[in-house]
Design a protein around this ligand. Structure first.
Ligand SMILES: [Zn+2]
Length: 263
């Protein structure tokens, strides 16, 4: 137990310091990552750490690449590429809770839900990062009207390819620890895709959208171009982070439902 706590602290420090130095995370994001990594590595060891670490490293690299190749798109996004504590917890908070729940009552089902929750946020992240690498026609997931590339609820063929890749990578990362490999990998993949689809649906319907009074773009920020933007539709406080949290929760929830139905 003492050794677990100690190794978790060391691992948390290494991850958060490197991420902060590489400008992947803001200071508050690095602090949140420290606690999350401490819990996950300290209690879950390699088995629970590998999927979320792969998500974090590959998504950070992809995000840097996206910013280099197509920097213009970032002004539409709610936040920049350097993640803060709210983004860290929106993506990793629910998985962190599952690690703790599994400490109290150990079950393979919690691990499937954990990996699926990460598959959902990875699928969503990669849909955005890969979907905005180059200029691509983007459509609203609900009414198929053409929309601004990078806006929540917008879908494109390129984005869907990213979503599928993100879900596949995470389901594969758990392969050494799965019993029914083909069934469970498929369930994690589908749950991840469903979670990120739900993210797009919520992003298109309930998430707050604003109009910038300076550049006249539809944006997700209450402030754009340094001025207060005008609320167009959606729930004002329901932002990208809340939608991501919902996607991770539903990714985990779908997987448990699928395991109960199929296996
Ligand atoms: Zn603007």
């Amino acid at each position: 137990m003492i050794l677990n706590v100690f190794s978790g602290v060391i691992f948390g420090l290494i991850i958060s310091i490197i991420s902060y130095k590489l400008k992947l995370l803001k200071l508050n994001g690095a602090i949140a990552t420290f606690f999350l990594a401490w819990i996950i590595f300290g209690f879950g060891h390699v088995k629970w750490t590998v999927p979320i670490l792969i998500f974090f490293i590959l998504s950070s690299l992809l995000s840097k690449l996206q910013k280099k190749i197509n920097p213009k798109i970032n002004s539409v996004f709610q936040k920049g590429n350097v993640r803060d504590h709210v983004q860290v917890l929106a993506n990793g908070g629910f998985p962190g809770i599952l690690v703790l729940i599994n400490q109290i009552h150990s079950s393979e089902l919690f691990y499937i839900a954990y990996v699926s929750a990460i598959a959902a946020v990875c699928s969503d992240t990669w849909a955005t990062e890969i979907g905005t690498l180059i200029k691509a026609k983007t459509f609203n997931i609900i009414n198929f009207h053409q929309v601004e590339q990078g806006i929540s609820g917008g879908v494109s063929l390129l984005g869907f390819t990213g979503a599928a890749l993100g879900a596949i990578i995470i389901s594969t990362s758990a392969l050494p620890w799965l019993n029914n490999i083909s069934e469970l990998m498929t369930i994690i993949f589908i749950s991840g895709l469903l979670g990120s689809t739900l993210d797009s649906v919520l992003g298109s319907t309930l998430q707050g959208k604003f109009n910038c009074i300076i550049c006249d773009k539809t944006v997700e920020n209450k402030i754009h171009c340094g001025k207060n933007s005008v609320h167009i539709n959606g729930v004002t406080w329901l932002n990208n982070d809340a939608v991501n949290l919902a996607a991770s929760f539903f990714g985990g929830f779908f997987s448990i439902a699928l395991v109960k139905l199929i296996i």
